[in-house]
Design a protein around this ligand. Structure first.
Ligand SMILES: Nc1ncnc2c1ncn2[C@@H]1O[C@H](COP(=O)(O)OP(=O)(O)OP(=O)(O)O)[C@@H](O)[C@H]1O
Ligand SMILES: [Mg+2]
Length: 359
């Protein structure tokens, strides 16, 4: 590979990568159609489903509004989907907003005061709410009450306003960023995990049915294995493979078609894309597997430091292909194997240096 080639291209953003986990415009358009509508249709996340099922059933049996629910997990794992399922299971209306949309406490007061009894308020990216709004939310969650401030300066007065009982469903990709007082006010917290390949296969079969695409089990397995544990990516790869199958074959998806299509899009057998592989290749071929500093690695692949650190590395680390050590980035033995290269003597891929991995 010629490294100069990569420097001419704009740094890929997380959103426009085929294997990026956040939703692009096309995803948003089709996701509504692909969303499971109730808990039975929701695939995987067995523990979360079982626990949530109990919470919702008990509330229904008591004729009460369900406790506030916090959903935490990486992008594309089904947080928005689950919030809609919660409303559907409670036969309640749902209001959808997000932390960044609520800049002033007044914005939140307006939403809260217009909620109906039992309504689900879905607050996406709850960790990005402003401080004053957050403090108003504490009281609303606990006492179903807000203080609306009327007037300015010394003459300002707080008018207490009673709220109907409602269920707050908060979603965050970073549960650790939530202040403890906020976290503690949720009656139930669900941590969503990455999905197993077998679960993603089920997601792909389900979506194929809805999109009217013919796919055999081996084709679904091929796509699932490249979907990085994320249903949103599985659905996106499925749509690209469908395109290929329509243009290059008879529309039916099998293993060969799926592999060939994803080869065209440079998504490899493990779900790494061009950027991921460029980082690994530089680490292995130019720096002998490291340790090498992040800045040096970024220059070598012609990308911004942040792109390498935030876009490529998290998945490489999760996959056990790259390790961040105090001395720099280091390739693991699995990285050498994945690129079909042999580690030079004395490198982790060969023997020794196991200390770098804490062994
Ligand atoms: N358990 C599941 N079963 C079937 N499909 C799923 C499941 N979870 C997610 N999906 C699909 O994945 C897509 C993305 O899910 P969703 O929008 O709920 O993710 P999210 O966690 O809210 O992501 P973000 O953090 O970007 O907001 C949806 O279109 C949905 O169809
Ligand atoms: Mg969402």
């Amino acid at each position: 590979m010629n490294w100069d080639e990569t420097t001419d291209e704009a740094a890929p953003q997380a959103a426009d990568r085929l294997v990026g986990a956040s939703a692009d415009g096309e995803d948003q358009a089709v996701e509504a159609a692909l969303r499971p509508k109730d808990l039975d249709e929701f695939i995987g996340q067995e523990k979360v489903r079982e626990q949530l099922d109990l919470v919702l059933r008990a509330a229904r049996a008591r004729g009460a509004t369900a406790d506030h629910v916090l959903l935490s997990g990486a992008p594309g794992l089904g947080k928005t989907t689950l919030s809609m399922i919660i409303a559907a299971e409670m036969a309640a209306p749902i209001r959808i907003t997000s932390g960044p949309a609520i800049q002033h406490a007044g914005d939140l007061a307006a939403i809260l005061s217009s909620l109906q009894e039992g309504e689900v308020l879905f607050l996406d990216e709850i960790h990005r709410m402003s401080r004053p709004a957050e403090e108003m939310l504490y009281m609303a969650m606990e006492d179903f009450r807000v203080d609306v401030i009327v007037g300015k300066g010394p003459g300002a007065t707080a008018i207490p306003l009673e709220l109907p009982p409602f269920t707050l469903v908060g979603a965050t990709t970073r549960a650790g960023l939530l202040p403890p007082p906020l976290r503690d006010r949720f009656g139930f917290t669900a941590h969503m995990e990455f999905y197993e390949p077998a679960e993603l296969e089920r997601v792909i079969h389900r979506s194929s049915g809805l999109l009217d695409v013919e796919i055999d089990p081996a084709g679904a397995a091929e796509i699932a294995g490249r979907s990085r544990g994320t249903p949103r990516i599985a659905n996106r790869l499925l749509r690209r493979v469908r395109d290929y199958a329509q243009v290059k074959a008879d529309g039916h998806i099998n293993r060969d078609i799926a592999a060939a299509a994803l080869g065209v899009y440079e998504v490899d057998g493990r779900g790494l894309d061009r950027l991921d592989r460029a980082v690994l290749e530089a680490l292995l071929k130019l720096f002998g597997g490291g340790p090498v500093g992040l800045s040096t690695l970024a220059v070598a692949v012609g990308e911004e430091r942040e792109t390498v650190e935030e876009v490529a590395e998290p998945f490489l680390v999760r996959e056990g292909l790259l390790a961040r050590t105090p001395r720099g980035r280091v390739a693991t033995p699995a990285a050498w194997a994945h690129l079909g290269l042999t580690a030079p003597q004395g490198k982790p891929g060969a023997s020794g240096q196991a200390d770098l991995f804490g062994a």
